[in-house]
Design a protein around this ligand. Structure first.
Ligand SMILES: Nc1ncnc2c1ncn2[C@@H]1O[C@H](COP(=O)(O)OP(=O)(O)O)[C@@H](O)[C@H]1O
Ligand SMILES: [Mg+2]
Length: 274
């Protein structure tokens, strides 16, 4: 069942919250060492998908394997394989960037010298050397996002989930993050990212899935999708296939409104976390 060249395999996955059918039968395959972008507007179910694949939420039906492990039966195996960077940052703002990374190195049980070397390496490749000994509270949005991602990578996961990694970032910081994702690829890390930005999917992803109304309304390489819908950009494709745009207009406020709705749903969610 688990093909080593397949990083993620999803079949018939469904998930509802009360009578809100969020995912209505998702099938997708992500080859190891590639970038998959799950694209969809706010509320499409992207975060739900990431939470299911990272074992934080249970699907109602269907199967999913991540790194060869079944998310339902072998959650510990999945957790050993993956890194997750989500809308909720793991950063402790009272600590410096270096201290945050050090904490992750300790959690990953790296030997002291090994941990120190890994932290230095990440500070350098994420352009955080100058800010390393400042409290994270003083970091810009782009720096926090880089630190968060660096923290995820301390343990060298083979597969990472990036849930809207560039939401709310300025264009420069967004491109910095794209560059980081490309570097991950050179290390053969598999990346599953969600985004509302079609341009981002177009630039980064080998394959793209368009999530709308709980289904993947289209799936393929950016070029295939454009050819299929006869569009120049993925924006055209999304519009042609769904009748509406993928990128919401109130983009800047998305992060906050997401957080609020998620907070209010905490009790519901906690029941599902095993
Ligand atoms: N824990 C939860 N309890 C109830 N409804 C939820 C919960 N999490 C998400 N939802 C609902 O599921 C839908 C998809 O949410 P989400 O996966 O966060 O979408 P996206 O990440 O694409 O913006 C939304 O309608 C949202 O309100
Ligand atoms: Mg989300």
């Amino acid at each position: 069942m688990s093909n080593p060249t397949t990083a993620i395999e999803v079949a018939g996955l469904t998930k509802s919250y009360a009578d809100n059918a969020v995912l209505r039968g998702i099938d997708l395959t992500v080859p190891a060492g590639t970038v998959y972008a799950l694209l969809g507007p706010n509320g499409a179910g992207k975060t739900t998908m990431v939470r299911i694949l990272s074992t934080l939420v249970r699907a109602d039906a269907g199967t999913a394997t991540v790194g060869g492990f079944d998310v339902r039966r072998e959650p510990d195996g999945v957790r050993r394989t993956i890194g997750v960077t989500g809308q909720f940052s793991a950063i402790d703002e009272l600590l410096t960037g270096r201290e945050n990374l050090k904490l992750m190195a300790d959690l990953a049980h790296l030997r002291r010298d090994e941990g120190r070397a890994r932290v230095d390496e990440l500070l350098s490749s994420f352009d955080l050397v100058a800010a390393a000994d400042r409290r994270a509270a003083t970091y810009s949005g782009g720096m926090k996002r880089r630190l968060d991602l660096a923290m995820t990578l301390v343990s060298r996961p083979r597969l990472i989930f990036l849930d809207e990694p560039t939401a709310g970032l300025d264009p420069r910081s967004r491109r910095d993050l794209w560059q980081i994702v490309r570097q991950l690829l050179e290390d053969s890390v598999t990346v599953f990212l969600t985004t509302q930005y079609l341009e981002e999917a177009d630039h980064l992803a080998h394959r793209v899935g368009l999530l709308d109304g709980g289904r993947l309304v289209a799936e393929g390489t950016p070029a295939e999708l454009k050819a299929q819908a006869g569009g120049e950009t993925l924006d055209d494709v999304f519009l042609a296939l769904t009748g509406h745009a993928a990128t919401s207009l109130d983009d800047d406020s998305d992060d906050d409104s997401d957080d609020e709705s998620d907070d209010s749903d905490d009790s519901d969610e906690l029941e599902e976390i095993r």
